[in-house]
Design a protein around this ligand. Sequence first.
Ligand code: GLC
Ligand code: CA
Length: 806
Amino acid sequence: MSMPTVRMPVVAGEAEHWYQDAVIYELHVRSFADSNDDGIGDFRGLTQRLDYLQDLGVTALWLLPFYPSPLRDDGYDIANYRAINPAYGTMRDFKRFLRAAHDRGLRVITELVLNHTSDEHAWFQRARRAPAGSPERDFYVWSDTPDLYPEARIIFQDFEASNWTWDPVAGAYFWHRFYSHQPDLNWENPEVEREMFDIVDYWLEMGVDGLRLDAVPYLFEREGTNCENLPETHQALKALRRHVDERFPGRMLLAEANQWPEDAVAYFGDGDECHMAFHFPLMPRMFMSVRMEDRYPLVDILAQTPPLPEGSQWAIFLRNHDELTLEMVTDEERDYMYRVYAEDPQARINLGIRRRLAPLLGNDRRVIELVNALLLTLPGTPVIYYGDEIGMGDNFYLGDRNAVRTPMQWSGDRNGGFSRANPQRLFLPVIADPEYGAVNVEAQQSNASSLLWWMKRMIGLRKRHTAFRGSIEFLLSENRHVLAFVREYEEERILVVANLSRRAQYVELDVRHLDGLVPEELIGHTEFPPLSAERPYVLTLGPHDFFLFALHVPEPRPGDAAAPPPAIRSSNGWAGVFERRGRTQLEEALAKHLPRQRWFAAKSRKIRRVSVGDAMRLGPVRGEPVGYLCLIDVELTDGEPETYVLPLAARRVDDAPHDDPIAVVRGGEGDVLLVDGADDPAVARALLELIRRRRRVAGRSGSLEGVPERSLRRLAAGHDLTPAPLGAEQSNSSIAFGQGLIMKLFRKAEAGTNPEAELGGLLSAKGFEHVPRTAGVLEYRRAKGAPSLRAQGPGLLMVNEPQVGG
Ligand code: GLC
Ligand code: CA
């Protein structure tokens, strides 16, 4: 029986800080998938591939610029901010894509280029013709001489000799921090700010969730400075944040500020500027650390990184659409990086290296996994560059940064499955290198040992643990080849230990402050010996190996005083236990609760993971629910996964003591106990009502449906239906309703016939007198595609007429 695990939705409340738990996937529409075979990727193609991205597990998509543009800087030279480049589709295609992404729970982040436009933008064409000093001319920065601001560095130093270019039409020089076809906007002109805020409104009104602020340190210029990170620039960003917060709470601004940590951190302001900013200096240091086999560069840069204001979050990455920038390293470090990662001068461009992740790392699977493990566990929201999840190659003969912008490789078909066009017509050739040409999604999907599957598992793991939102503490052992740190958030702690070297290592960790905690390795779920204050914790690691351990408070041993029920924090009542953090805590509590239950069939086997597959609200349509009927998916260390039916009910802590509570829910209006609701009269009544009234209750991935038989009306009408629990048997729990009805809750759900129920139904149809007759059932039907929990026979629960004489 295949029983896909479906996660509960993240509900409002936490939604505002979605970017803190996100896994971002960066892609270019042009490079992703071509739907109309013209050789250029488009929005329809991307929309068709959303299932792939959902399956990968990423939660947000960052799209490179898709606006009308002469494409001399791959779209960062925008000619019109309010339209879609016709090569990629229409505005309708974009809106369809946005809706389809949102339907799958994927957020969408687009580009906002505030600093400059294309010289083909109408504003520039107007400006160069307008009289000097007019508001139209003043949309850009002009000068009669190319000598102003000499301290500003040249960023595209392989292509430009000056930040000033002469415009013969205007008869003046214009200022540009990037290509000379990208004039910088003049932020001194309030009209520029007004226009830009209108553009922000335009996209956010459409539903875009976040904006990446391209090249944001350079908005203002001042003589005598390097024209980066000026106070005026920060003022402008604070105004933008206010503007967005007032109109679109919950949207996100992400700063691209390629700066040292103390300058980059300024882009968060006091929590009143950008929500996120890229951590540029961390990136080359991940590569340095693995190459030097020394944790120092990483630990050092994170030690130099100031703490962030509440609600702020770094974005971290290994590779992106640009060169691997070496601006934020020392000259010596840059020489080292060039020497070890870009021996071929062709691989170098500007101040960086134009290579993809896999070729940079010599296509060494162990090292690729190691750096991705760092990406997914170090502080910050990870950003994955399209194609790196399958280890795509690059082609540095293509000019500019096109080396890393080639078509996504989907299959072994023509053009890597990207397009059916004549290969000569593609916007860029597919990678044809003997080593990387065969890399594709289809091949890796069909091999569970592929890099793609590894990435899926690791992304899933990252999303299950909120510790990655929290603090980091390094455990500095004597062995500098080993990087060890603890991530902690609320009750969760995760210890990460990574061997940065290509040789096996052992490490002695000082774990005095973690005394007594029990490590559980998170990929194989093996329990390790407890940490102790008495002696260092010794671990051995193979080449480039790493461990992720959840650190648990030890389980009480038999004979110990009864352990208090685990706590779930929820300021949001019932809803909170199905939200992200609450849900993880609930699932952990269930993992402890299930093995104690008589009806739990897999007692002899070890639980690997418990997840709430679905939860259906019980009780009156309006007002407080009396409980939830949950389907609990249980993964075991060996054997097939199982699904159990569990009604959840809540009791006030001081009402009546309960002998086996699942958890205590803290917060909101006082503590309540979460209990198994199978013997709860209110829950039983609600379940019976569902059947009697033929009601449907929708869950996340299916729905519960009451199916009464004709006899039910007769058996129920005019009888006393006071519920009385009859207790739990091996596989089910029963409740009697007066004399006339017995309800049986089958604990283990199967996709197929329930033999007992089917037999009852069959016999009653044939008129047998002395067997219980089925008076109704409750079924769970999976949403389209997935197998239903009732294939032919009755499902989770049935009500019977009690057996005569028995
Ligand atoms: C950013 C982009 C880069 C672009 C530049 C100029 O750095 O990442 O691709 O060329 O801005 O817009
Ligand atoms: Ca196309």
